[in-house]
Design a protein around this ligand. Structure first.
Ligand code: MEV
Length: 317
């Protein structure tokens, strides 16, 4: 029996960084889906075949999961499997493969996606019923164990899909009735390191005051989205961006792309995620969309076409 699970990628809309320290955020899922296939193996090994990376056929005894050197690519899968076995109190050899159609460079959340895909797939394979919150808790524990820091918003987006109001560790995970957001997404060409950026923010003296301001904006953005006030949402993006600049996480390339988008008629723009690179998002009237995209491209950005608010974790077969 083979189980195939697919999970969406994510984009942070509002509240990045503040969310790590207990504030709220708004997150949406994106239409680039990551696929995980799990099945039983014939022996006592975890066999890992990442279809899209080079280290095919990674193999480890299920009695040694988490021990010794683990390659970066294998880490999320191995620790997910170890934690799943620990949780259900039994283990068996499994073969797992993952396929990520989107480049990891965009920061759409491949680590969280792999973690959720593996745990959801194993739960189905071992016929252990896992609710969404249980899946979230075990996946979040795994992500923290591997990367040390993070709010878990990427895990929540992968599981719940749609657009959600979220606070750290899943204390609040509230799906919002938001239809497709007319968002433009563009990659800066620079790969960001989330943990490094969080550590940078931790050194800012007046960060708590800035987080409070971000929280107020995030709450307003929630209302703007619920009422489809896209122009208002754009203004709030600009305000959030100013605060991210104060936190020191924007970079000249993102500033340039954001300025270009606003200059070409966008209602507002901001970086999305940790900053230091990765993507920016902006919102623009339909009739200005093409010129905004051109301005972003002229500023050296790469427009990435995605839909937002798509399904969360799905069992495909
Ligand atoms: C990174 O995409 C967003 C941060 O808020 C980290 C997190 O919430 O885990 C910086």
């Amino acid at each position: 029996m083979q189980i195939t699970i697919s999970v969406p990628g994510k984009l942070m809309l509002f509240g990045e960084h503040a969310v790590v320290f207990g504030h709220n955020s708004l997150v949406t899922s994106v239409s680039q889906r990551l696929t995980t296939v799990v099945e039983f193996s014939n022996d006592d090994n975890l066999i890992l075949t990442h279809k899209d990376i080079s280290n095919d056929n990674y193999r480890k005894s299920i009695y040694e999961l988490g021990d010794g050197e683990i390659s970066k690519e294998a880490r999320f899968v191995e620790i997910s499997t170890k934690n799943f076995f620990q949780k259900i109190g039994k283990k068996k050899g499994v073969k797992i493969s993952t396929q990520c159609p989107f480049s990891k460079k965009y920061g759409f959340g491949s680590s969280a996606g792999v973690t959720v895909g593996v745990i959801a797939g194993l739960a189905k394979l071992f016929e252990v019923p896992f609710g969404k919150k249980e899946l979230f808790d075990l996946s979040y524990k795994t992500v923290l164990e591997v990367q040390g820091k993070g709010s878990g918003f990427d895990v929540a987006a992968a599981i719940y899909g749609g657009t959600i109001y979220f606070t750290t560790g899943g204390k609040i995970i509230e799906p919002l009735e938001v239809t497709r957001i007319p968002l433009i997404v563009a990659y800066s060409g620079i790969k960001a390191d989330t943990v490094q950026m969080i550590e940078k923010v931790m050194k800012i003296d007046n960060r708590e005051q800035i987080f409070q301001e971000i929280e107020t904006i995030t709450n307003k953005a929630r209302d703007a989205m619920l009422t489809k006030n896209w122009e208002g949402l754009g203004s709030l993006m600009n305000l959030n961006q100013n605060l991210l600049v104060k936190l020191g996480v924007s970079i000249p390339k993102l500033d340039l792309m954001i300025k270009a988008a606003n200059g070409a008629g966008a209602w507002g723009a901001k970086l999305s995620g940790a900053g230091g690179g990765d993507c920016m998002i902006c919102i623009a009237p339909e009739e200005k969309k093409a010129q905004v995209e051109k301005a972003i491209t002229d500023a050296g950005g790469e427009v990435v076409r995605v839909d937002t608010g798509v399904d969360g974790t799905r069992i495909e077969s």
